[in-house]
Design a protein around this ligand. Structure first.
Ligand code: ATP
Ligand code: MG
Length: 370
């Protein structure tokens, strides 16, 4: 996919921006706090309608203004699209795709595919399980936008079930309602588990391949889904079988759940683990090994999206090139060069690419460096 043009109005520190981009590499240079990450955030917003920095949309509105507007022109599968996204202070989104106003934004997630790689991703292995679950789920939603519903139904049912469990802990008899929530949770939870395991199945070979390329094959990286239902696999069991087993599991943990006032089993408790030559990278991996694994994960993500959509997503590299040593940088550049439209931010002036378009950001204004 290629982002051809981008116009920003009142987005973060951008008052008004109107740019056309290189289909190859766009190098964005600038000092700290000038708007480099803000630009990548705006591009990523077009594909997920949320901030990759987890800021609420209201924070993206330029200070003292009451709306922001992102206008874009991109190509996907040889078709050109115009997408405009506006968000105003009264919490209203307005999204137009090719001139048509869309009532719901969830189905539009992934109309433009992006992969973002930021310094936070280098910490993914060390970070909290929640971050790794978010990585998996964001990937699922971007490539299968309809799955958005499954996640929101699951989260809603989980919240309601937990509230009910707390009431039951106080002694109220509400078993029938609990069973109804169990069914909802099993229905959506089983679907999440299957989707995550299926994603991992497809992601694993890509990640391992790129890891082998970076390390020269000296170490074996394995991804492992910690959780799910013991003895159940996405290949051998149908969704119906998963749901039944899931409900069973909720019954088993019911008394413990009531005692705790929360749901102990389910995808909200699972984790994605990384093993290097059999050792858990979180506990035994050096910082360099973790960085290599993170890089392999991102390249794997890129290749997976290419496999699914038939073309590479737009790659956003925020400050990571300076964080990688030369060898790892070369490995990344080899993958993207000439194939993947990339936006790279850098505070320095190093020449990392033989061919790229360069821009300078200063206080929310971008000029091409000729
Ligand atoms: P660094 O090299 O430190 O990462 P950067 O160029 O990536 O810097 P950004 O994060 O893109 O910096 O921009 C930060 C600037 O944007 C800060 O000066 C901040 O005050 C400003 N900013 C953030 N949100 C808003 C907003 N809603 N309205 C106006 N300015 C904002
Ligand atoms: Mg930044």
């Amino acid at each position: 996919m290629i982002l051809k043009a981008l116009k920003l109005t009142n987005f973060r520190n951008y008052g008004s921006l109107d740019m056309t981009w290189d289909p190859g590499i766009n190098m964005i240079r600038g000092d700290n706090a000038q708007g480099k990450t803000n630009l990548l955030e705006a591009i990523a917003f077009l594909s997920t309608f949320s901030s990759f920095r987890k800021s609420p949309a209201a924070e993206l509105i330029k200070k003292e203004r009451d709306f922001f507007l992102i206008r874009s022109c991109f190509t996907g599968n040889q078709t050109e699209h115009i997408m405009n996204v506006a968000y105003s202070e009264n919490k209203k989104y307005l999204v137009k795709l090719d001139g048509n106003t869309k009532k719901r934004i969830a189905p539009l997630i992934g109309s433009l595919n992006t992969v973002i790689f930021s310094p936070d991703d280098l910490m993914l292995m060390k970070g909290r399980p929640e971050e790794r679950r978010r990585f998996l789920d964001a990937e699922i939603i971007q490539t299968a936008p309809e799955s958005h519903k499954v996640f929101s139904r699951y989260n809603k049912a989980l919240k309601q079930r937990n509230n009910l469990l707390r009431e039951m802990r106080e002694g109220r008899e509400l078993s029938d309602i609990l069973s109804a929530y169990d069914r909802q949770l099993a229905e959506n939870g089983a679907s999440i588990l299957l989707r995550r395991k299926d994603l991992l199945e497809r992601l694993q070979p890509m990640v391992r391949l790129s890891h082998r390329r970076i390390t020269g094959g000296s170490e074996e990286l394995m991804l492992y889904y910690a959780g799910g239902i013991e003895g159940y696999s996405e290949k051998k069991h149908s969704l119906e079988q998963w749901k039944t087993a899931y409900e069973e599991k909720l019954k088993e943990t019911r008394s413990e759940d009531i005692r705790r006032g929360s749901t102990t089993f389910g995808p909200h408790r699972d984790d994605l683990r990384f093993f290097l030559n059999g050792d858990d990278i979180r506990r035994f991996g050096s910082q360099g090994q973790q960085r290599t694994a993170s890089l392999a994960l991102k390249i794997g993500e890129l290749e997976l999206m290419k496999g699914q959509r038939g073309e590479y997503p737009v790659l956003l590299l925020d400050d990571v090139l300076s964080e990688l040593d030369e060898h790892r940088r070369e490995a990344l550049i080899e993958v993207i060069n000439g194939k993947v439209q990339t936006f790279v931010t850098d505070t320095g002036n190093r020449q990392l690419f033989t061919r790229c378009s360069e821009y300078r950001v200063e206080n929310g204004m971008i000029t091409a460096i000729s």
